[in-house]
Design a protein around this ligand. Structure first.
Ligand code: UGA
Length: 429
């Protein structure tokens, strides 16, 4: 099938590359000329395992191409996916202007029946707006639809090729059949429904996963107070199939471009509908407080003050296997520690370039051992494999003080204590 994917961010580029791998003829479109130029040379604008290989393959085969011009690709498209950004506004609301701009330009270039399918995360009702905008531009028949995306950064390619489900929101039989045909090679349960329900599924899924994380972080607080182990509690919960063990990893809380933004957007959307989503506000509040909670732990572990002390942050990206630092927990944590007078050294395998743009007065390292030299505390923020498998005898020798604060509960506390480290996790001693 002839597909156009508008927007070459995480969702758009992965969608385009995966659809090309499945044999479709795909155009990735972006208004950013330099980005498109780089993509044409198979340069990927961000770090995502396995993505470059797929893009190279598609470009070589010729069924994946990139352009900045709607007029070149919209007329022959059977399905157009809108994957542009929906950034959060300062008040927690959402900015849909890129969606509407792209709908307008699609409308100006339609030449035959096409399904315009929204993949960006948008509130219910947006598809109707998109429909009105396109209608204003053209008399050509078209359908709007919504296929929300459930991929995770760091495993985006595998998640797209083997998703847990394919949700298809449609309002016509013709659009339903086209989208079912397009997804035929993907083996996963299908849920065909109305567009608003499809979009609610996406928000509800992210809000629910964020809820699980804030829930286990609240349980971790109580574990800390009574000397219980939150890891063991999670394990006990995971044995109940009604709960499932996923997203019950206590720690510094959630970051990234999705959970924070989407929970704020759902709160804001509910408010517009006259519903005060207090429950989700609390989920967000717990997540924000988790930073202060760790700061207090760090100060206590450093003998009551971090003033003038060198502290090492291991991990800057919002999670492993990505260079994305959007809403990464590392950033507010570092800023708060700096406010308390700490001198920060930080290490990350791939996110240093992005972090350098937002962090001030932080010494950045690729090598964890250099970052740990003369440090008064190791603070684990992102659970990269590189940090899991450190040589702790060596670490103990190069640090000024043998103090570890494990913000993701990845280390074996008994082993570290045996080596003479003072260890603190989140919800475990
Ligand atoms: C999330 C969802 O998991 C995807 O299903 C969804 O498609 C995506 O948002 C999106 O809306 O586009 P992503 O943000 O890439 O994916 O990353 P996650 O793996 O979900 O992690 C989000 C944050 O939660 C990370 O900061 C991670 O460290 C944190 N987390 C995750 C925990 O603190 N505890 C856990 O148990 C799991």
């Amino acid at each position: 099938m002839n597909i156009v994917v508008i927007g070459t961010g995480y969702v758009g580029l992965v969608t385009a590359a995966v659809l090309a791998k499945l044999g479709h003829r795909v155009w990735g479109l972006d208004v950013d000329e330099s980005k498109v130029h780089r993509l044409q040379q198979s340069e990927i604008p961000f770090f995502e395992p396995g993505l470059k290989e797929l893009v190279v393959q598609g470009l070589k085969k010729g069924n994946l191409q990139f352009t900045t011009t709607y007029a070149q690709v919209v007329p022959s498209a059977e399905v157009i996916f809108i994957c542009v950004g929906t950034p959060a506004k300062k008040d927690g609301g959402y900015d849909l202007s890129y969606i509407f701009q792209s709908a307008k330009t699609i409308g100006q270039n339609l030449k035959k029946y096409t399904v315009v399918c929204i993949k960006s995360t948008v509130p219910p009702g947006t598809a109707n707006e998109v429909k009105k905008i396109i209608h204003k531009q053209t008399k050509i028949p078209f359908d709007v639809a919504a296929c929300p995306e459930f991929l995770k950064e760091g495993s985006a390619v595998a998640d797209s090729l083997h998703p847990s489900r394919v949700v298809i929101g449609v309002e016509s039989k013709r659009a339903k059949e086209l989208l079912l045909k397009l997804h035929r090679p993907i083996k996963a349960p299908r849920l065909v429904c109305d567009i608003n329900s499809a979009q609610m599924i996406k928000y509800a899924a992210n809000a629910f996963l964020a809820t699980k994380i804030s829930f286990i972080n609240s349980i971790a607080r109580i574990c800390d107070a009574v000397g219980a182990d939150v890891g063991t509690v999670s394990q006990g919960l995971s044995l109940d199939p009604r709960i499932s063990g996923q997203f019950l990893q206590a720690g510094l809380g959630y970051g990234g471009s999705c959970f924070p933004k989407d929970t704020w957007a759902l709160i804001s959307f509910a408010r517009k509908l006259g519903y005060d989503f207090k429950f989700l506000k609390e989920v967000d509040q717990i997540n924000q407080e988790q930073i202060n909670y760790l700061v207090q732990k760090i100060i206590k572990s450093c003998g009551g003050s971090v003033e003038g002390k060198v502290l090492t942050i291991l991990g800057l990206s919002f999670k492993p296997e990505t260079d994305d630092i959007r809403e990464a927990r590392s950033i507010p944590l570092i800023k708060k520690l700096q406010e308390k007078g700490a001198k920060i050294k930080a290490c990350d395998p791939v996110a240093l370039e992005n972090a350098a743009k937002v962090l001030k007065e932080v010494k950045l390292f690729k090598d964890p051992y250099l970052a740990l030299e003369n440090s008064s505390a190791l603070i684990l923020v992102t659970e990269w494999d590189e940090f899991k498998n450190l040589n702790f005898s060596k670490v103990g020798q190069i640090m000024a003080k043998k103090v570890i604060i494990d913000g993701r509960n990845i280390y074996d506390s008994k082993k570290l204590k045996k080596l003479g480290f003072q260890y603190k996790g989140v919800g475990r001693g």
